[in-house]
Design a protein around this ligand. Structure first.
Ligand SMILES: [Mn+2]
Length: 271
């Protein structure tokens, strides 16, 4: 059993064929925490509008989250852009899950983070990197190809590997997009006088130490299967869940005063 003070997950996309519900269920079975944040795009109401589907494994994820909320875990749900309708429930409790438009998380070490899905920065950064490059249809095709690749590898007994993730990491424009997104989040955190910003949305887990704050992205359960975790001392890590769970990133140390450019932490995850 993995034990944490807090766990942040987002971009689960339940109801979409790309959701890695089995991995997430396995993760939720093996991880315990005092506080679980669902940082948006948990449900994919857009995909469900196109084709209504909600297989048993997706239902099991909902049942597990509700069970956690009713057995001592504080579960906070901050809806995103694919489950934007859930924002109508902000301020309410759904089956024990607290729905909020934004949350403030206080770390064990006293740092305070804004917790928000991140789609509000779309205006600033304009579109996702792959949409920008190849258009929506091609992005869907890539995800479809990714599913085929996953099925083929599974048949051959190989662990999960993401084609889409591999491509994204290698596309320069995608990296430039990610930088703009990080900067927008850091600026927002600074404006709110917080110590950092915790979000999802772009499906790239990682940290970025800004001049006055820390950017944290918990990734997704479509391409990478990652969560942001807070230990009991307040330290933040990104955990990649697969047959062999591993920590793929730790929060960078703040740049020293006067050292100029902040250090560059690893971006995304190597899967
Ligand atoms: Mn999103």
């Amino acid at each position: 059993m993995y034990s944490y003070r807090s766990v942040f997950i987002s971009d689960v996309h339940l109801g979409s064929p790309d959701c890695q519900a089995d991995y997430l269920l396995d993760f939720l079975e093996h991880v315990q925490c005092q506080k679980l944040y669902l940082v948006g795009d948990i449900l994919d109401l857009i995909a469900m509008q196109r084709k209504m589907r909600f297989p048993p494994s997706h239902q099991a994820v909902i049942a597990k989250l509700v069970a956690l909320a009713n057995s001592g875990t504080e579960v906070v749900y901050v809806p995103g852009n694919h489950d934007v309708e859930m924002r109508n429930f902000c301020g309410q409790s759904l089956a024990g899950i607290e729905v909020r438009s934004t949350a403030i998380h206080e770390n064990a070490d006293g740092r305070r983070f804004v917790v928000c899905h991140g789609d509000q920065f779309d205006q600033v950064v304009r579109y996702s990197p792959l949409l920008l490059l190849v258009g929506e249809r091609a992005h869907e095709f890539l995800l479809w190809l990714n599913r085929g690749c996953h099925a083929w590898r599974r048949m051959r007994g190989k662990p999960y590997w993401s084609l889409a993730a591999w491509l994204k990491q290698r596309i320069g424009k995608a990296q430039a997009f990610i930088r703009r997104f990080e900067q927008a989040a850091l600026t927002a955190a600074e404006r709110d006088h917080r110590d950092g910003f915790i979000c999802g949305h772009i499906h790239v887990a990682g940290f970025r130490q800004g001049r006055n704050g820390l950017y944290c992205n918990d990734g997704d359960w479509v391409e990478h299967c990652t969560a942001l975790t807070e230990g009991f001392d307040g330290s933040l890590e990104i955990l990649h869940w697969s047959e062999n769970p591993c920590v793929v990133a730790r929060e960078p140390k703040p740049a020293r005063q006067g050292s100029g450019v902040p250090e560059t932490p690893p971006l995304g995850v190597a899967v």
